[in-house]
Design a protein around this ligand. Structure first.
Ligand SMILES: Cc1cc2nc3c(=O)[nH]c(=O)nc-3n(C[C@H](O)[C@H](O)[C@H](O)COP(=O)(O)OP(=O)(O)OC[C@H]3O[C@@H](n4cnc5c(N)ncnc54)[C@H](O)[C@@H]3O)c2cc1C
Length: 500
């Protein structure tokens, strides 16, 4: 039976203690709670979530058409079948997460409106002291835990990233970031300019195009897009044969993952051919007269940035119908009525949507201290993108970009549970990863190889992120197909794990 949380008065403040404290009730945190419940049922735990409900990314984002861009068979958990269409709306994803919470009795473990402000590790006590603020009452709450499971995502939820453009203060229309979408924004009959070319812009543009007078997607650099029916044939076939959903989920996941592996491998082996296929598809959708060279031919090889999937080619249907259009240019200045471009062209806009990305926030804006010393996260070296040198009893869930995030959240979940069980069996209370003597001269590199993957928010925030080495233990390789075998095989008695 799970140990009941203790209420221990330490240093005069009432502190609730848990074996494990999970930060955030997004897809990673809720998944973590499931893994703990099923794999470590004797551990007490709590999830602290600053928002008023669960969902994370899928609660924060409310822009028109908000949906996943990877399929839900792999973005969904491995333990709960996804039975809907592969590309899902935020509402559908939250419904699925809500079912996971309900079916596994996780709701009483979650404290909403609890923003964690600080986390202090004490080696004398072998525990973390956590201070959270109740966002409704402003009241401070104190917690302590033996292990900290960071599932806070990677970007600041309160605000998106908007570059500073000349003349912005002159603009008289409505300026909106998709991350803080005003739910009452009426864009009926309005001229809209969406700045950006990633998955968010590709979703917002066709979804606004029906009601707006016209939507212009203004991009500096084109993106690769894949299109297809919002369905997975094998899942449909198996369903028609009355196969159990658990089987359908597993078979469909394997099929999708095997196809993705082949595709990713091809983007490295024959990037030019893949590039031509992707661009050729857009050419077919938009017709021979459309300037695909200018608007849909990125200057980098496929997969260096997230490759967006456009279900049912809705973006391209919008463009072909004339309700939406693409302009590839640079912003010279904003003015009272819109945007003047470097080419001299002017875009008139009643509403400007800045789909310009995220504000990287590696540790959830939590002030960390280790034995009285503030943590400089950039000075740490990561153990396989999960743990960090000098930071005891802590794991961060950072998912995949080329594959679904949740595939890694599940793998990390197994790892944490295995680690907790190992520590219990060997009666250890503290674990830290540390470079071994043979790692002394290892070159220290950026968190993610910019040659391999370089979205803007990562490049902008690299100095906030831990570093990695060039040996498997110290790499953060973002390779599901390697890690699906490597993570379960981790030897917890290896020299890189230091216990006490
Ligand atoms: C619009 C959009 C679409 C995306 N689509 C996909 C996709 O299709 N496929 C894919 O693989 N990935 C996608 N991603 C990436 C996506 O963010 C992740 O896949 C995933 O949802 C992240 O889940 P998470 O639980 O790790 O973090 P988040 O969803 O960011 O959740 C973190 C939670 O932690 C809470 N939190 C943070 N700091 C604190 C604190 N100090 N105290 C208390 N609580 C805190 C937050 O409030 C939040 O609820 C998308 C991202 C965005 C923004």
């Amino acid at each position: 039976m799970p140990e009941a949380p203790l209420t221990v008065p330490t240093t005069g403040v009432e502190t609730e203690h848990f074996d494990v404290l999970i930060v955030g009730a997004g897809i990673s945190g809720v998944g973590g709670a499931y893994h703990l419940t099923t794999q470590c049922p004797d551990k007490s735990f709590v999830i602290l979530e600053k928002a008023e409900t669960f969902g994370g990314t899928w609660w924060t984002h409310k822009y028109p058409g908000i949906r996943s861009d990877s399929d839900l068979h792999t973005f969904g958990y491995r333990f709960k079948p996804w039975t809907g269409t592969p590309i899902a709306t935020a509402e559908e994803i939250r419904k699925y997460m809500g079912e996971v919470i309900e079916e596994n009795g996780l709701d009483h473990h979650i404290r909403y409106r609890h923003r964690i402000d600080s986390a202090r590790w004490s080696s004398a006590e072998n525990r973390w002291a956590i201070v959270a603020t109740n966002t409704e009452t402003g009241e401070q709450r104190h917690f302590s835990c033996g292990f900290l499971w960071m599932a806070q995502g990677y970007y600041r939820h309160e605000q998106g990233y908007t570059p500073e453009w000349k003349g912005m203060e002159r603009y008289k229309g409505v300026l909106v970031h998709p991350q803080t979408w005003p739910e009452d924004l009426d864009y009926t009959g309005k001229r809209v300019v969406v700045i950006g070319s990633g998955a968010t812009a590709a979703t917002v543009v066709p979804n606004m195009a029906g009601r707006a007078a016209h939507v212009t997607m203004l991009q500096r650099t084109p993106t690769y897009f894949r299109t297809g029916r919002n369905a997975i044939e094998i899942a449909e076939e198996l369903r028609a044969l009355g196969i159990d959903e658990t089987w359908i989920h597993e078979i469909t996941r394997r099929k999708i993952l095997s196809e993705q592996a082949k595709f990713t491998e091809r983007t490295f082996r024959e990037p030019d051919k893949v590039r031509e296929e992707l661009i050729g598809n857009i050419r077919t959708l938009l017709g021979p007269d459309y300037d695909v060279e200018t608007h849909f031919s990125p200057p980098y090889r496929p997969w260096r940035q997230r490759l967006a999937f456009v279900p049912d080619a809705d973006l391209f249907k919008g463009i072909a119908s004339g309700k939406a259009s693409v302009v590839t240019d640079e912003i010279e200045t904003f003015d009272e009525t819109g945007i003047r471009l470097k080419s001299g062209k002017h875009l008139e806009a009643d509403i400007i949507v800045t789909a310009t990305g995220f504000d990287l926030c590696p540790l959830g804006d939590i002030a960390f201290e280790i034995d009285g010393t503030p943590l400089d996260f950039h000075q740490t070296v990561t153990y396989r993108g999960m743990m960090f040198t000098g930071v005891p009893n802590m794991v961060w869930v950072f998912g995949y970009f080329r594959a679904s995030w949740t595939l890694r959240a599940d793998l990390v979940g197994d790892f944490v549970c295995k680690l907790l069980k190992h520590m219990q069996a060997t009666q250890q209370r503290k674990v830290t990863v540390a470079l071994r003597p043979e790692d002394k001269d290892m070159p220290l590199l950026d968190w993610i190889d910019g040659e391999n993957f370089n979205p803007g928010y990562m490049t902008r925030g690299m100095h906030l992120l831990p570093r990695r080495g060039d040996k498997p233990e110290w790499m953060h390789n973002q390779d599901y197909w390697a890690e699906k075998d490597e993570i379960p095989a981790i030897d917890l008695t290896g020299k890189e794990f230091v216990y006490s």
